[in-house]
Design a binder for this molecule. Structure first.
Ligand SMILES: [Zn+2]
Length: 227
């Protein structure tokens, strides 16, 4: 784990806009959350709650998209990708089967953000506030557009102004991908569609027939940035 700091990653991290959450909200959320844990879970966490709270309070957690967060390590030298939906984190502690402090910190920010929104109805001016929530249940198409909007809000200015293509080897076959994000050693990539008989055909080459996956950034080759 001696990867030198990557200026590209830094640019992305620096330009990620997160709505401000009052520290007291984070602390209260942490207290309620950690008190709800069973004694057994508390024992297995072995103090990770305190370190997670510190990460959250010190601004180490950046929202990426959906329930995906980038969490910088305490020393700021690494950034790990946390996927709350998949209950995963790219750090060594998580690979060893532990509920790591990054996951706890990201979950804490997610919960604190919900609590924060509940008490602060006014949205920050930058980025522009999304349209007022529709009290009607969203139909499928509107839901999809809303999700896409959230994804694009989370993407940094740098990524909005550029397209980054690369090749990824999957089962020995090169697959063209667009790099959606990079945090630390991990890249979020989407398989590009293929043109077949003049039609664009989407590709789902990754596990569980998905088009987006996280890969080790070093496994990408032929990276081209257009901007
Ligand atoms: Zn972790």
């Amino acid at each position: 784990m001696t990867t030198p700091p990557n200026p590209f990653v830094k640019e992305i991290a620096a330009s990620t806009v997160a709505p401000p959450i009052l520290p007291i909200i984070i602390e209260q959320t942490a207290r309620n959350l950690f008190e709800s844990f069973s004694e057994k879970l508390k024992a297995s966490l072995n103090g990770r709650q305190d370190r997670a709270l510190k990460l959250a309070l010190d601004g180490h957690v950046s929202h990426k998209a959906g329930r995906i967060y980038s969490v910088r390590s305490e020393d700021g030298k690494h950034a790990y990708l946390v996927n709350l939906e998949a209950r995963s984190c790219t750090c060594p502690d998580s690979h060893n089967g532990h509920v790591c402090k990054h996951r706890l910190a990201a979950y804490l920010i997610e919960q604190a953000n919900q609590n924060n929104q509940a008490i602060t109805p006014t949205q920050p001016a930058d980025p522009p506030a999304p349209a007022a929530p529709d009290p009607q249940p969203l139909d499928k198409e509107e839901e999809a557009i809303e999700k896409a909007r959230l994804v694009f809000q989370a993407r940094s200015q740098f990524l909005r102004e550029s397209i980054i293509y690369a090749l990824l080897q999957v089962d020995g076959q090169p697959i063209q991908v667009e790099i959606l994000d990079i945090a630390g050693d991990v890249a979020l990539v989407r398989a590009l569609p293929k043109v077949k008989d003049g039609q664009l055909v989407p590709q789902f080459p990754f596990p569980e027939r998905t088009s987006v996956t996280q890969v080790i950034a070093k496994s990408l080759s032929d990276i081209h940035i257009f901007r």
